[in-house]
Design a protein around this ligand. Structure first.
Ligand SMILES: O=C(O)CCC(=O)C(=O)O
Length: 266
């Protein structure tokens, strides 16, 4: 199959919001199969692409065959927006120890891990061959048991999140809603921004506001979520999960040498 050249433009947040104001909203996320990907498939709206490879043994393969690699685990009340923005706490532990505790119900999270390309290949977690991996930044890997949470935030790059094992719930907010989400940007050079709203607490949910329309979606093993740049998202793991997210570089990223690593700032 010929590899489509994805021409996704990544304007900065202000320019992207201006463009988005000229279009309609969507009320649900469309699912397509990987065989139906076309050159212009990836654009302004999120999509779920199904029928990518999944590996029912990935959790045990990682734990048993590569268990001594060191994970940088999010600990404490990491899911609170305040901690996520400014007071993150981590602990370095062998990944098998972390995975054992996840199996026992711990909600510490090995989010945003740097795995070497060799390890990704051994685990068959590379970018599917339909994509040209030279067009993407190095991936980050997310390993967690049930109940891990990443607070509401947005990233400045389009995200291709491959769910290799287990499922997650994503609550998505159109870029059109972002101005209402009380976000602040911790880094001057990036459109990464974190909301002050704690979606774990119902009374703070912006759902009550009629002009905000979150879209909830479950992404399963073997599926990829394509999330355009600057869409808000709040993510919860529903069971043991392993995901790798591949980002396209922004124009600013392309000017940096070497290119930034996602785990430098997320
Ligand atoms: O899976 C998660 O917990 C968060 C992932 C995320 O925020 C991302 O891929 O941008």
């Amino acid at each position: 199959m010929e590899i489509p050249q994805f021409d996704i433009c990544t304007p900065d947040f202000t320019a992207a919001l201006k463009l988005a104001r000229k279009r309609e909203r969507i009320s649900e996320i469309i699912r397509i199969e990987s065989k139906d990907i076309l050159k212009d498939t990836f654009g302004a709206f999120p999509l779920i692409i199904s029928r990518f490879p999944k590996n029912r043994n990935l959790w045990s393969e990682l734990k048993n065959n590569f268990g001594d690699i060191v994970a940088n685990v999010r600990i404490g009340d990491y899911a609170s927006p305040e901690n996520y923005l400014a007071h993150r706490k981590f602990e370095k532990v062998p990944i098998n120890k972390f995975m054992n505790s996840a199996e026992c119900g711990a909600t510490n999270y090995a989010g945003n891990q740097a795995f070497s390309e060799t390890l990704l290949d051994k685990l068959n977690m590379g970018l599917p061959s339909i994509f040209n991996k030279d067009e993407f930044l190095a991936p980050a890997v997310w390993v967690g048991g049930r109940g891990c949470v990443t607070p509401l935030h947005k990233d400045g790059s389009p995200n291709f999140a491959m769910h290799f094992y287990g499922k997650k719930k994503w609550i998505l907010f159109d870029i059109l809603d972002v101005p209402e989400l009380r976000m602040s940007r911790p880094l001057e050079n990036s459109d990464f921004a974190v909301s002050k709203i704690d979606l774990r607490e119902c009374n703070q949910t912006p759902r009550n506001k009629t002009n905000i329309q979150p879209i909830e979606v479950i992404v399963n093993a073997g599926e990829m979520l394509y999330l355009p740049a600057n869409w808000g998202h709040f993510v919860t793991t529903l069971e043991n999960t392993i995901m790798a997210n591949y980002w396209r570089p922004t124009q600013k990223d392309k000017l940096q040498s070497p290119p930034p690593k996602p785990w430098d700032y997320l």
